[in-house]
Design a protein around this ligand. Structure first.
Ligand SMILES: [Zn+2]
Length: 352
């Protein structure tokens, strides 16, 4: 069922969309921003369906049953709603990079331009969704800018971009922004506990892995998460860090691609956060180990806490955050992780 109630933790962007639906004051272009996997695309689809829904556009939107808890949601039963859901609404078009291609080309935009100049067939609007909009080539962006400048009043372009910084400023300035933010780990945790009926431990583990990306968290099985955790835990094992060869091998295998490096860094930051918690509650006094992400690793986290000061841990957390910031650039990932692991090794004070 298409309902904004399925979108969690995004009150701010949903408020913007609701206000557009309520006033029916629809701009020519909307830009949904925010990381992947936090609900941009799903929200865009619900919004577009609501916009084209016969029961909302023809009737008073303040009329039930389309009002669920004060929000406007598509009715899901009218013909336009069904057409949107089956992907064959004549007034709705999606543009995305074709499989195997990394960018949206000018020809895709030109084809859309032609389509947009025919008046809507079924609805009173024509909507184009541009997914991964930041992959548009410079030419495609230019052409889209022209489309926007000459857009007929019934046209709405919905752009979705995880990295809006890659879009031309002239294009950005023509779009009304709908910003999505990552969910906090505790928000994800409670959603997983509620929706999947997981224990706190499992929910927290998956939340820690997916770094605020609900879509990813919901698709990850807890067995899968546990196996991943086991593999990532090798990064903090004393016996692995104390052997140079093992340390370098680990740095290599965990930096094979950006995704594995991301996971390694998320893991380390969650792990160091636990060490910090341990130091702050003074170890032994920690009776409720559920405040740790890795509560079942309490003993080994305690061993790390005994070798570090609060300042040490804070510095590690800052270093990890600094590497996370630079990941999208072309940094030497393996060297960065090696350096981090070497510093951890120094804290252990072991040599082999
Ligand atoms: Zn409908």
């Amino acid at each position: 069922m298409a309902s904004f109630h399925e979108i969690f933790g995004q009150a701010r962007p949903i408020k913007i969309l609701q206000s557009i639906l309520q006033t029916q004051n629809v701009p020519n272009a909307l830009l949904f921003t925010g990381e992947d996997g936090i609900g941009k695309r799903s929200s865009a689809m619900i919004f577009i369906q609501a916009l084209l829904c016969q029961n909302i556009s023809l009737n008073n939107p303040l009329n039930p049953p389309f009002l669920k808890g004060g929000d406007i949601n598509p009715c899901d039963t009218c013909l336009p709603c069904k057409k949107i859901q089956s992907g064959n609404h004549p007034d709705f078009l999606t543009i995305a990079p074709i499989e195997g291609e990394r960018s949206i080309k000018i020809n895709d935009i030109l084809a859309m331009q032609d389509m947009i100049h025919f008046e809507p067939i079924d609805a009173k609007r024509k909507v184009v969704l541009i997914a991964e909009a930041e992959t548009m080539t410079a030419q495609a962006q230019n052409s889209l800018l022209k489309t926007l400048e000459e857009a007929p009043p019934y046209a709405l372009l919905v752009l979705i971009a995880a990295k809006p910084g890659l879009l031309a400023p002239t294009l950005l300035s023509r779009c009304q922004k709908v910003p999505f933010s990552p969910l906090s780990l505790s928000q994800i945790e409670s959603i997983l506990m509620e929706k999947k009926r997981w224990s706190t431990g499992d929910a927290r583990l998956v939340a820690a892995f997916t770094g605020g990306k609900l879509g990813e968290a919901l698709s990850l099985e807890k067995e899968e998460a546990r196996a991943k955790e086991e593999a990532l835990n090798s990064l903090v094992k004393e016996e692995n860090l104390s052997h140079y060869n093992t340390l370098f091998e680990m740095a290599k295998s965990h930096t094979a691609n950006v995704e594995s490096m991301e996971h390694a860094l998320y893991y380390l930051s969650a792990y160091f956060r636990d060490i910090l918690v341990m130091l702050m509650v003074k170890g032994d006094a920690l009776t409720d180990s559920s405040i740790l992400v890795f509560s079942w690793r309490k003993e080994e986290i305690m061993r790390w806490a005994n070798k570090m000061s609060t300042e040490d841990v804070t510095r590690f957390l800052a270093d990890i955050a600094a590497i996370q910031q630079t990941l999208s650039r072309n940094i030497n990932k393996q060297l960065a992780l090696e350096t981090l692991l070497m510093q951890m090794r120094d804290k252990l004070g072991t040599t082999v």
